[in-house]
Design a protein around this ligand. Structure first.
Ligand code: GLA
Ligand code: ZN
Length: 674
């Protein structure tokens, strides 16, 4: 495996953040100070222009880029590279006044008013035309600037538009998808139910909140269309950038498992995946290690979208944010821990929103490297500078990759389908949370886990975990069988294989698409439990697991029973099974189990697959990056207590210490062993 360096111009791991000099053009003293302090904080990049449209083009057709050039020159002269955004994240007032069709229409069919951001009609020709003009002008101005490192397209894409134009595009999209045959669509969407048959594609409306929101197929296809439409828009920007500056890589910034867009589809168009991480550190509903664990999962999702290269942490808050329910400060040391966690999971950058707090408007209290106080002697500044110094030491890690033998299957459309289905308990379905929990239960053993779509190749993996794989996409049944046949360890849970890609149920027994044969079970019923209900699984080894929320009744057909329910009318019936299939094994967990029970099952799968596991103190994460025959092992103490890790060997890149045996980590500390 060879390393893949994203930015050879930068010697360490890139350190940067959103910088908005356009808000300070009347304060040259502050702009001077910015450069001085950026150097002091060890910043190697700045993200410019994220919402600069009105400064570039204050009136239609009147352009000003001199200020930008001057800033980029100064940054470059001081060794700071520019990640340059296209300004399409928010529209000028003149644009909406003259071309109201650029404004989005909501799910009641009402046109938005001008304001806020990220609320364009992605298909409005005039909006695309205006974006194309400003992007071309931007390239004219600075496209060949030596400090230009990367294009950052728009900002945090999201949302959907129900305007007439988008509706027309939706109908065309459906006609294409269903071969212009309305009967095909009716069949796939089971429209005879409630007399919802269509005669023609022209009758189809998107799922308006005061219209047709009851058809599962329609709802799902609207979500897929929204991803398609957003991607189509994004491609229109990328086309300009790639034509005129083919050497400059492009990205756009994602947000966790953002509900409205299947990021995997969008990622095919990008050179690098980047995302914005804002965990609610120190909250009152979970442990700190759990918050870090979810962040770890999110990083793994991003990394797994392009496994052959590092990703970027495009934004994170140096201190606090301003949009959580309770905007709590990161405690001392946490900024460093969270930043290095991103690197541990495969990021080659640590970037912030934002460099300097603005004086007014919506985000005036959002954390920044520089506060309204304006000096470099604050706690936050010092912690950021410390991260800068650490990142500079990690140049050997640049371009190394995380190589995982374990995959967790997660699909966006599976998430949409599970949420949309009328059944179970709306409140406790929690597909993403279940996947995150499964991930945490796996990394407990010091293994890295890729999070991949169910129809991805499984060739690189020895263990595959598929929580709640309700929807089986075409080919997935076959692929899982091949995986187990050649020796893979597969673990699936309740709610596997109920529907196909249109949400039509499989007939003849769940899990469908040939999976009853693979697992040797048929799931006959699914029970939803109230919080006060109680049941357990007793395993053949004598251990017991608690059952929460969901329990399926299985007919076993060729599988070995590893555990049975203890109570209720299904007491004594199988709850966990395992079947040898070819050279591998397929394990079916029919109930939602507590973490300890899940961990025992997962550990067994890892061991059976020959994947090395590690004994770690609770709350310590272990991740590995590697390339060119070198390995870098990260230990992250995600607790506020001292932790000791056994059997550690190597040189800690952060402090130069040799470790051979016990590694002591102070609260929130990190060690990177080469
Ligand atoms: C997002 C946006 C930024 C800013 C931050 C605040 O990530 O991209 O412009 O609003 O949130 O946390
Ligand atoms: Zn629209």
């Amino acid at each position: 495996m060879e390393r893949r360096i994203l930015f050879p111009q930068i010697s360490g791991i890139m350190h940067g953040g959103d910088y908005n000099p356009e808000q300070w053009l009347d304060r040259p003293d502050i702009l001077e100070e910015d450069i001085r302090l950026m150097k002091e904080a060890g910043m190697t990049s700045a993200t410019l222009g994220v919402f600069s449209w009105t400064t570039y083009e204050p009136r239609e057709g009147e352009f000003h880029f001199d200020w930008l050039k001057e800033i980029m020159d100064k940054l470059y002269a001081n060794g700071i590279y520019t990640v340059l955004a296209t300004p399409s994240g928010a529209r000028p007032a003149w644009l909406d006044e003259k071309y109201p069709e650029a404004m989005r229409v909501d799910d009641y069919g009402v046109r938005y008013h001008h304001g806020v951001r990220h609320n364009h009609c992605m298909s409005a020709p005039i909006y695309r035309e205006k974006v194309s003009i400003i992007v071309n002008k931007l390239i004219d101005a600075v496209g060949d600037h030596p400090g230009l490192l990367m294009w950052h397209i728009s900002n945090e894409f999201g949302g959907e538009c129900y305007c007439e134009h988008c509706v027309k595009r939706f109908r065309n999209y459906l006609a294409e998808k269903f071969d212009h045959d309305i009967a095909k669509l009716n069949k796939a969407w089971w429209t005879t139910f409630w007399s919802h048959d269509y005669n023609d594609f022209s009758q189809i409306e998107p799922p308006y909140s005061n219209g047709e929101f009851s058809n599962m197929g329609l709802n799902l296809e609207w979500k897929r269309f929204t991803t398609w439409s957003m991607t189509d828009y994004m491609k229109s920007e990328i086309a300009i950038l790639k034509e005129r500056t083919p050497q400059i890589p492009v990205t756009t910034n994602y947000m966790k498992l953002f509900y409205g867009l299947d990021y995997r589809v969008m990622s095919r168009e990008l050179d690098v995946v980047s995302w914005d991480s804002y965990p609610a550190f120190h909250n009152d509903w979970e442990s700190f290690a759990d918050t870090m664990g979810e962040n770890s999962f999110d990083h793994a999702v991003m990394r797994s979208m392009k496994k052959d290269r590092p990703f970027m942490l495009m934004e994170s808050a140096p201190g606090l944010v301003n949009w959580h329910g309770c905007n709590k400060m990161k405690r001392p040391g946490v900024h460093r821990l969270a930043s290095l966690q991103a690197v541990a999971l495969g990021s080659d950058t640590v970037q912030y929103f934002q460099w300097r707090k603005g004086r007014g408007s919506f985000e005036q209290y959002h954390g920044a490297v520089l506060d309204h106080l304006g000096t470099g002697d604050t706690r936050i500044f010092r912690e950021v500078a410390q991260v800068g110094a650490d990142l500079e030491k990690l140049s050997d890690i640049r371009g190394t990759l995380v190589k995982s033998k374990v995959a967790l299957l997660f699909d966006w459309d599976n998430m949409w389908a599970i949420d949309a289905m009328r059944g179970m308990s709306q409140e406790t379905k929690e597909y993403p949370k279940t996947c995150i929990q499964m991930y945490k239960n796996l990394i407990r053993f010091g293994v890295d886990v890729d999070i991949i779509p169910s129809d991805d190749s499984l060739d690189d993996y020895e263990v595959v975990v598929a929580p709640m794989l309700y929807m089986i996409r075409p080919g997935v049944g076959e692929s899982l069988k091949r995986f187990v046949e050649r020796g893979g360890q597969l673990l699936a849970t309740y709610l596997t294989g109920y529907v196909d890609e249109n949400q039509l149920n499989f007939l003849g027994g769940f899990p469908g698409d040939g999976l009853t044969e693979l697992f040797g079970v048929v799931s006959e019923e699914l029970d939803s439990l109230y919080p006060t209900d109680h049941n357990q699984v007793r395993f053949t080894d004598g251990t017991v697991g608690e059952v929460r929320e969901y329990a399926e009744m299985l007919r076993v057909n060729g599988a070995e029973v590893l555990g049975t329910y203890t109570e209720d009318y299904y007491g004594g019936m199988p709850a966990v099974t395992s079947k040898t299939y070819g050279k591998g094994r397929a394990c079916y967990v029919a109930a939602r189990l507590d973490d300890a029970a899940m961990q025992r099952l997962l550990e067994e799968c890892l061991k059976a697959a020959g994947v090395t596991t590690y004994e770690l103190p609770c709350g310590v994460e272990r991740h590995t990056r590697e390339a060119d025959g070198k390995q870098y092992v990260f230990y992250l103490n995600c607790t506020d207590e001292i932790q000791q890790v056994k059997d550690v060997k190597g040189t800690n890149l952060l402090n130069g210490e040799q470790v051979d045996g016990m590694l002591a980590l102070s609260p929130y500390d990190v060690a990177i062993l080469a």
